[in-house]
Design a protein around this ligand. Structure first.
Ligand SMILES: Nc1ncnc2c1ncn2[C@@H]1O[C@H](COP(=O)(O)OP(=O)(O)OP(=O)(O)O)[C@@H](O)[C@H]1O
Ligand SMILES: O=c1ccn([C@@H]2O[C@H](COP(=O)(O)O)[C@@H](O)[C@H]2O)c(=O)[nH]1
Length: 238
């Protein structure tokens, strides 16, 4: 398999890091997810990663808490995950830098765009923590923002479903999967697989998103090599 893309933004679902558990990090699972990442870096692909926080905390599900504070907790959760992923990648022999959108300089670099790009050019993996650094956003939006900033070829959204369906497949067993969609389809049909802010950012900056299942981590390599998996969301061709 040969890589199709030179620089990718990989969005890893937080939930996927829990393996068979409902919460937290299962490090063996994280290592399994990181092995194909290592293979792709060895093939010369530049990989930046945004990690979700759903295995620990989602601000929008916090009930009666103040939303901003709940989102601060969610951003900290993404940073715990970023450190876990960085550790696994390092154990596999990669050089990694964690950059956070909220400064916590004793444990990670602050997010500096040019520095992130330089790390990628040197073959280092960059893992972004704290999402965008702002409440009321998601790590999908962080992925679209960072992808635009670092000029990534594509966002690879590795998640708990194997693509985008006409309705949530976890709620509707008869949901039908799409192979290709436009961002307008996602927005007009209100498909909840990513939030509308993320979809709009990708649309405006013409960054495609491939949504695929992380259940089989080798899908990461298949996605990077352009094999037909998941659902590709991209701008309509004129
Ligand atoms: N139309 C749809 N097609 C596919 N999945 C959908 C759809 N609508 C809702 N979903 C849900 O979206 C989920 C994926 O997005 P979600 O934001 O929950 O997780 P994530 O971004 O991968 O990361 P995290 O686990 O960190 O929150 C799927 O598990 C699925 O149940
Ligand atoms: O830019 C951001 C990104 C994330 N958050 C908070 O973190 C959690 C976890 O992220 P997921 O995308 O849901 O996995 C999210 O629910 C928010 O509470 C944020 O505030 N800003």
């Amino acid at each position: 398999m040969q890589p199709k893309y030179k620089r990718v933004l990989l969005k890893l679902s937080g939930e996927s890091l829990a393996g068979n558990e409902t919460h937290g990090i299962d490090f063996e699972t994280v290592l399994r997810i990181c092995r194909p990442i290592k293979e792709c870096v060895d093939m010369g692909v530049q990989i930046a990663i945004v990690v979700g926080g759903g295995n620990f905390w989602r601000g929008r599900s916090s009930g009666q808490m103040d939303r901003t504070r709940a989102d601060h907790m969610g951003m900290l959760a993404t940073t715990i995950n970023a450190l876990g992923v960085a550790d696994a990648l390092e154990q596999l022999g990669l050089t990694v830098r964690v950059q956070t959108a909220i400064s916590m300089q004793q444990i990670a670099e602050p997010y500096i765009r040019n520095r992130a790009v330089r790390h990628l050019e040197k073959g280092r993996v960059v893992v972004f923590g704290c999402g965008t650094g702002n409440p009321f956003f998601s790590t999908d939006t962080a992925a679209s923002l960072r992808a635009a900033e670092i000029d990534a070829d594509i966002i690879l959204k590795a998640t708990m479903v194997d693509g985008v369906y006409d309705s949530d497949p976890k709620k509707n067993p008869n949901a039908v999967k799409y192979d290709t969609l436009s961002f307008m389809d996602v927005l007009n049909q209100n498909l909840q697989v990513m939030d509308s802010t993320a979809a709009t950012m990708c649309k405006d900056n013409n960054i495609p998103i491939l949504v695929f299942s992380i259940d089989q981590p080798e899908n990461i390599k298949k996605a990077i090599c352009g094999e037909p998996i998941g659902t590709i969301v991209k701008e309509e061709e004129q």
